[in-house]
Design a binder for this molecule. Structure first.
Ligand code: ZN
Length: 243
């Protein structure tokens, strides 16, 4: 018999224990400073060098927090390495902490892209974000592409940009095929995450929601867990029955 496929749909709540500031929570970046939303809106970003300068400064500040994977990220890696199940992660996060915890990047689909890499908006060249942050530290406010001089941005999906169709299709395929889906640290209110939970449940997967606050899918979930993610997820995964 094939191994069970355990899917994780993860959102900001899995990374708050790692010190990543959330955006829309009570202490969120945008709640405190609504103007910040412009820093990650494609049209503003492309049109205004000052917005780009501030956007890079925001990336630099988050990077200086040196976020590290926490117990929840590590528990997923432990499950993947145990061989008990095939593991796939679909994440709304752009922080790369699943991979930093040691999960094979091929098992992670990043719905909103990643801050670990930058991409040129003219020629498509990609490179590590750390290289650009080093240029900013050396005095460049808005470093251009070294290949063509074009505008660089993080490889994240900004407001006004479309999600990657290949990533979306991959996420839907995982939702349809999984045996169990853990929705972790996501309020399941935003497309496409919300649709993926419904897709998994409709296809017969067991749906387990681990989130501090209620979600619109709590009623159809097989289990709802409100305890802190860093404590709850390792325990849930340890108790997962072997195939
Ligand atoms: Zn370029």
């Amino acid at each position: 018999m094939a191994k069970p496929l355990v899917a994780f749909l993860t959102g900001a709540g899995i990374s708050t224990d790692s010190g990543i500031p959330d955006y829309r929570g009570p202490q969120g970046l945008w709640t405190r400073n609504p103007d910040y939303e412009k820093l990650v809106t494609y049209d503003y970003y492309m049109a205004d060098a000052d917005i780009r300068r501030r956007s890079w400064q925001m990336r630099r500040e988050v990077s200086e927090l040196r976020p590290q994977p926490n117990a929840a990220h590590k528990a997923i890696v432990t499950l993947a390495e145990s061989g008990k199940a095939a593991v796939r992660v679909v994440t709304q996060n752009v922080d790369g902490l699943h991979q930093a915890a040691g999960l094979d990047g091929r098992k992670v689909l990043e719905l909103h892209g990643t801050t670990r890499f930058v991409v040129c908006t003219s020629c498509g060249a990609r490179g590590p974000t750390n290289d650009v942050l080093a240029r900013i530290d050396a005095g460049e406010a808005d470093p251009p592409c070294t290949e063509c001089g074009g505008i660089l941005k993080t490889a994240t999906v900004m407001f006004g940009e479309a999600l990657d169709a290949g990533v979306l299709n991959g996420a839907a395929a995982i939702a349809k095929a999984c045996t169990v889906m853990f929705a972790v640290g996501t309020s399941l209110q935003v497309y496409p995450a919300a649709g993926l939970a419904a897709l998994a449940a409709d296809a017969g997967a067991r749906l387990v929601i681990v989130n501090a606050t209620p979600t619109p899918y709590d009623d159809i979930a097989d289990q709802v867990v409100r305890e802190p993610i860093g404590e709850a997820l390792p325990k849930l995964l340890r108790d997962l029955p072997a195939a």
